[in-house]
Design a protein around this ligand. Sequence first.
Ligand SMILES: [Cu+2]
Length: 825
Amino acid sequence: MQKEIDEGIMEEKVSVLAERPRRRPSAVVVSRRAWLAVRIVAVVASVLLLLLAVALTALVVIKTTPPYCSDGLGNSGRDLANPGLFNDLTPSEMVKVRDYLLSQPRLGLTPYDQASVNSSYIYMMTLMVPLKTSVLMYQVGQDRKPQRAAKVIIYRGDSFPPKVEEYLVGPLPNIKYHRMVTSPVYRRVPIPFSSRPVDAIERAEIKAYLSIATEPLHNLFRESYGLKYNNCTPSIDCLIFEDFAPRGTESGERLTWFWAYRDTEGYYLHPLGFAIQIDHLSVDPSEWMVTRVVYNGQLFYEVEDLAERYADGTIRKIKPVMDNVDAQFSTYKRRGHHTFDTPLRGPRLIEPDGHRYSINDQYVTYFGWSFNFHMRTDMGLQIVDVYFQSEKVAYEISLQDITAFYSGYSPETSWLGLYGVSWLLGASSYELVPGVDCSATASFFNAYHFVNTDTPVLYKNSICIFEQNSGLPLRRHHANKRGGKFDSYGGLVSTSLVVRTAISLWSCDYIVDYIFHLDGTIELKIALTGYVQASYDLGTNRPYGNRLHESANGNLHQLHESANGNLHQHLFHWKIDLDIESPINRYQTLDFKTETKISFWYEGSINKTQLKFDSSIKHDEKSAKVPFNFDRPQHHIIYNNRAYNRYGTYRAYRIINEAKSKFLLENATVTRAASWARYQMAVTKYKDTEDSSSSIYAQGDPYDPVVDFSRFLEDNDTIVDTDLIVWVTSGVYHVPHAEDVPSTSTAANQCRIFLTPYNFLNHCPSMAVSDALRVKRGDGVENDSKEGSKSNLVFETFGTESGEPKCYQKETSIKTFKGDIEKVL
Ligand SMILES: [Cu+2]
């Protein structure tokens, strides 16, 4: 039975086996190998295809994406290891000077980080630019290279009486001497301590003093403004104080007004109607005192008096209204009507063949130009040793001071007169933003300063150099035949090299440009922007300006906080040391007048009236003062009496001051340190001792200034065939108006001076530029124009490629911007 069952199972197994498809073992082996081979081939093919695709894509990208435009001419960057003749102090030189001076026991200096107002310490150091005579001797191989030295300013709060001393320290880098020097241009020796700029050490003491002095006013600040001075949260509920100058109304005083502002973006437009005046003349802060307090147009002599009268309600109070929404008017947040409905980018520069200028350390060449730039901590960026087409044009072109004299009703505004150099134009030249402050294609340079510090401070990208396209032809002409048919065209777009810094002096920004044009012209330009200086509007400021903002607390008739923009005049002083082929030059004016004569060419007695000019050589400094006078139009020429162009005419440069601004405040005591402002132009004989028309001490004592420019003219030197300096004042009246909020715009606020060749050459030097265009008719040759018409025009571009650029412009990103200055070494 079991057997039958087993057999039955066996049969079933056999039958199951019989039902399976029969396979040939050899066929199975071949199939697996083939499958493997197929898979390998497939993988390899896929990889190859992928690589091919990548290669093709790359090819397409390479073919369709232009390469970066070339760098063009070289830019070596700063060479801090081997500073040249005019180069600024390097950080390592600054450290050497600092360490050398601190190691001199006789000087008794305290390191800056441990110093107080009543100690002796280094306030500032800058390069002592070598004397012109020794530079010129060195340049012609008649003398050895002038040694580098530093000029160091030391505050001596621990001497009796306290004073400021200036030292020459050198030679660099292996220092062997330090000598106390007195600049012959300084009228006052020793330099009065009261005229020194307020530095970070004194400022910190003042802040601490204000903190205690205003404690009794805590309630007044809170109730009137919703703000606090102590223990506040920045940008939320803080009241801040800013100091204004001059510091007093007479020489020797140090009485500073501190104005209160709401701490918010654009706080300059949020004056609170509170100001406190402090006498901080003493080197001992415990002797400082509050001398005046102004609140809502009411004057008090003691803080306690104001606090008491505020508490008992016997004075006019200010009610708080400003909130964060109200404060938006002073910010740069986008608002208002606009026509670019979608955000669109504006045009930008492309340099298809790279930079056409080269920079070697601080030495620049561009087209026919060559010059050096250097940064002075006090006076800012300067240009020295300027040549055009290998001919000497100028030894120095430099800004000397920026002033602003204000008007107003309140005690703070009515005495406001600012001297920028005392607030340090160089150390106020901060980082520039690529694509906004300068072209994104610009070359950027760092500056180093040693002021208010214990170690050198890096000002990143604070100088920029770039070639700009003005969008205007430098020259062009379209010539038609008499019959009206086109004859010829010639043109050249105006490009120029810009050397730029932007000085931010508290609320105001001054963009300072030295511009080198292709026709041999140098342009000096200051464009004004930034915030205006607003004052608290008491309703009595109207003759002095416009109301810029009002805040009402729900009731338009109840104005609580309003700002007034006060009338002021900006003035800029330039030193222009032209050396036309050599330092030996003359100054002449072409005085325009009319003449009426009987015309020789017609019968009878027909009178012809026309313009003519008389050339007038100026023999001495007194005759070379040029006050503003529209009735006597003039051209101003500096020429070399021993150098002629091909036509036998004296080689010369002409000075054009496009921004003459009549100075009406000659008799105002606050302007005495700006006696240069009385003349739109003055020409003096070069003297090493008349190096600068202003000084960092101008602001501290404008009433009896350490440097008084008018004295340069008093000796009435002969100025014929000698080294001449041209001093030019430009400026602008500014009545702030609603559109100055939040910022003044540069469009209509530019002060320009031109130095332009006048028979210096034989023809326009821009004829040498290769990317000019000349169009003329070819002889009988006809080309197909795009429009299909026949033309026989010949386009000459003098070897320069025309048409669209085939490269992609390298730019510096805005993201490189850091904003802060930083200590180095
Ligand atoms: Cu202004």
